[in-house]
Design a protein around this ligand. Structure first.
Ligand code: ADP
Ligand code: MG
Length: 259
């Protein structure tokens, strides 16, 4: 079935979370809970998603908050186990998820590179070899000695992006973090993503920045309520999405401009 062209193949993926129902603590409930587990509700974050990512493409993943984008990337990254369905990944995965959760804030940038590298399974020698590649991406070498808690979100992005790219992944998963970088660094990061794609790797990019999705994605998948609502050419899917959620909502600059 796999001819080496597909980096990611997801079929009929369903992911359920068991959410604890919030209830006020009455004496009766406290007592009955001693003998019974908390009531749980099943929340289906993904309800039958099938997709693939080929070598040489940047796939945009869009959808309103809560539509399942982060859950999907986390299942592909192997952080979450699928409840049903199959996920096959052919190649090394690099991931850039929420910047706050990826780092140990008390440790320096350098220590975080070693920590992340060893969590990804690399040896000290391999991480040392990757260091110049991270430093080239980060550009702010002096900051590598400073604890990450002192970093701005832009600096955390640089470090996270540098680490995600340092070990030559074949699939890169990027969840909503590009906006944290300043404009010049965003240009550099997107250029890096395109080079990465052109060298035969694949990218899944979650973003609410519709202009960036339009300029950089080869095609787009629209998730709504845990299902694929539409997929196809970037312009087609974006136009359908924007006409549904309203053009205002697709332009993040409106949020800050006070209009
Ligand atoms: N760890 C979790 N535990 C329980 N529910 C979760 C968890 N992660 C996500 N969800 C729920 O799954 C749905 C999809 O969330 P998510 O994948 O984060 O969406 P998106 O990234 O598109 O905003 C939401 O209803 C969210 O509340
Ligand atoms: Mg998300």
């Amino acid at each position: 079935m796999n001819d080496g062209q597909y980096l990611v193949e997801v079929s009929n993926l369903r992911k359920r979370f068991n959410v604890r129902r919030e209830q006020a603590a009455t004496l009766k409930r406290v007592v009955t809970r001693l003998f019974r587990p908390y009531p749980h509700e099943a929340l289906w974050a993904l309800e039958g998603v099938s997709l693939s990512v080929k070598r040489g493409e940047i796939v945009g993943l869009i959808g309103v908050n809560g539509s399942g984008k982060s859950t999907l990337l986390r299942v592909i990254a192997g952080i979450y186990v699928p409840t049903e369905g199959d996920v096959v990944v052919n190649g090394q995965v690099g991931a850039l998820f929420e910047l706050e959760t990826g780092f140990s804030l008390e440790l320096s940038g350098m220590d975080n590179i070693f920590l992340s590298g060893s969590l990804m399974g690399y040896s000290r020698t391999q991480i040392t070899e990757a260091l110049p590649r991270v430093a080239e991406m980060v550009e702010l070498e002096e900051f590598l000695q400073v604890p990450v808690k002192a970093y701005s979100s832009g600096m955390k992005f640089r470090l996270g992006f540098g680490i995600a790219m340092a070990f030559d992944p074949e699939v890169l998963l990027v969840d909503e973090v590009m906006a944290a970088a300043d404009e010049a660094f965003q240009r550099k990061a997107y250029r890096r993503l395109r080079e990465f794609r052109d060298s035969g790797s694949g990218v899944m990019l979650v973003s609410h920045e519709m202009d960036a999705v339009r300029s950089h994605c080869d095609r787009v998948i629209w998730l709504a309520d845990g299902k694929i609502r539409a997929e196809g050419s970037t312009d087609e899917v974006l136009d359908a999405y924007l006409s549904e959620i309203g053009p205002e909502a697709g332009n993040n600059s409106n949020i800050n401009s006070g209009r």
